[in-house]
Design a protein around this ligand. Structure first.
Ligand SMILES: Cc1cc2nc3c(=O)[nH]c(=O)nc-3n(C[C@H](O)[C@H](O)[C@H](O)COP(=O)(O)O)c2cc1C
Length: 421
């Protein structure tokens, strides 16, 4: 019986353990988590979501505070079109986050950045171009183009000296999306180095409608694999979404996948950015605590734990400090939902908004608990402490469990001994 370690992902001249930890914004897939994947010979992702906020936390910069100061005059205004990102500062923050991560890289693996194209930031093309160029400047090994795939992204990077040497990949959920991307980027004369095929059981935003349950990852992978073969295109496919055991991963590798992308099992790793209190909620979640809803202002369905604080919270939009989802006209569907509730409940201090969530604020505060469908199985991946809480795992433990386990077995960690002060 084979295991993941019997396979290798080939990207150019590089041979990698075929495990990719997916990007999890905002700083849930931390630099520390990505670096562990690279040290162990696989691929890790940092995220480019809200990087100025992340550098403020990591390096004590003041990007958010300064932006809020600059736009404070607009806080009460529902028209956010004046709120702009300073592209120079955005590039500086990205270079700092990426550069410091790459400096710390050890081992034979790679660190990529998950580039969330849905972060329209009041100027979709300019901010996307700036983020991608800055990541390349700072030495990122590769860029994975995610949510809201912008068909012209390759063209936006074409003039960068590393355009042909960095690994560039895309995330799609259908053959049609892949075909469209290839058609649109044909002019740049460069194919993606890998294609992540994300199915309906993934965490974060889904590339499906609310009929997501009718789709099957394996079926989509087979369809794309067969089409690529017929077109004689040799691009590694990387299935993602619901790959929970080493055997799940091995099954895909035996079908011809180049690697798998996984995330949910790492949400309970010590290196992950979620606070431990939230990680305990992930462990405790049962299957019926997890839902796919339409609360994200991006318009994409998103999977989350139903009782997370983000749901129903009617916080005032924080676009002067954040504003990552503002479209080119300065709009966001949370602002509309919030204003509607304010108008309907005059004089009320704390209103509720049930149909949308202020995703920037909630993700930044780790109050939006997005997860994959299989998060309810996390409790089976660890041991319980005497106080009933679940023991966190090391990223190395989870990675190696994927790498070596067979027969759908999941290796449990040793119970930590309690060190008395
Ligand atoms: C907490 C969490 C946050 C995520 N955030 C992002 C994100 O910012 N961008 C993205 O492209 N995918 C995101 N994803 C999707 C993962 O990168 C990955 O493709 C998917 O969750 C893999 O399925 P699994 O969680 O069942 O292993 C997120 C997933 C989780 C669990």
């Amino acid at each position: 019986m084979k295991c993941v370690d019997d396979f290798r992902l080939r990207l150019g001249t590089q041979e990698l353990v075929p495990i990719m930890i997916g990007g999890m914004g905002v700083d849930i897939s931390t630099s520390a988590l990505a670096l562990e994947a690279a040290r162990l010979g696989g691929v890790g992702h940092i995220s480019d979501a809200m990087v100025p906020t992340v550098t403020d936390r990591r390096f004590n910069t003041k990007y958010v505070k300064d932006k809020l100061k600059q736009y404070k005059f607009n806080v009460e205004n529902s028209d956010k079109s004046v709120v702009q990102f300073d592209l120079g500062l955005l590039a500086e923050a990205t270079r700092m986050h990426v550069g410091k991560t790459m400096e710390a890289k050890r081992g034979d693996g790679l660190v990529f950045i998950n580039c969330m194209e849905k972060l329209t930031m009041n100027a979709p093309k300019d901010t996307l171009r700036t983020r991608m160029h800055a990541a390349l400047d700072a030495g990122i090994d590769g860029i994975t183009l995610a949510a809201g795939l912008h068909l012209g992204s390759f063209a936006l990077m074409e003039d960068h000296p590393r355009f042909r040497d960095a690994k560039l990949g895309i995330i799609v959920s259908s053959l049609r999306a892949l075909q469209l991307f290839l058609k649109k980027s044909a002019r740049s004369n460069r194919l993606p180095d890998y294609v992540v095929v994300e199915g309906p059981l993934a965490g974060g935003h889904l590339g499906f409608g609310m009929d997501w349950a009718q789709y099957d990852l394996a079926a989509i992978v087979v369809e794309i694999r067969d089409w690529l073969r017929a077109e004689q295109l040799d691009i590694p496919l990387i299935p993602a979404g619901g790959v929970f055991t080493g055997s799940d991963a091995t099954n895909f590798l035996e079908m011809g996948a180049g690697a798998v992308q996984v995330a949910t099992r790492f949400t309970v790793a010590r290196e992950c950015g979620l606070p431990e209190k939230v990680q305990q909620e992930y462990f405790k979640a049962n299957e019926d605590d997890i839902e796919v809803n339409q609360l994200s202002p991006t318009g994409y369905p998103m999977r989350m734990i139903k009782h997370c604080p983000a749901i129903g919270d009617g916080i005032r939009p924080n676009c002067e400090a954040y504003g990552y989802l503002l479209d080119a006209k300065g709009g966001c569907s949370y602002i509309d939902a919030y204003n509607r509730e304010v108008a309907a409940h005059p004089g009320e201090r704390r209103i509720k908004v049930w149909d949308k969530t202020c995703l920037c604020t909630q993700m930044r505060n780790f109050d939006c608990w997005t997860c994959g469908h299989n998060a309810y199985r996390l409790k089976d991946t660890t041991v319980r402490r005497d106080d009933g809480s679940y023991q966190l795992l090391s990223a190395e433990h989870v990675f190696q469990d994927y790498q070596y386990s067979k027969d759908h077995k999941i290796a449990l960690p040793e119970l930590e001994s309690i060190v008395l002060a």
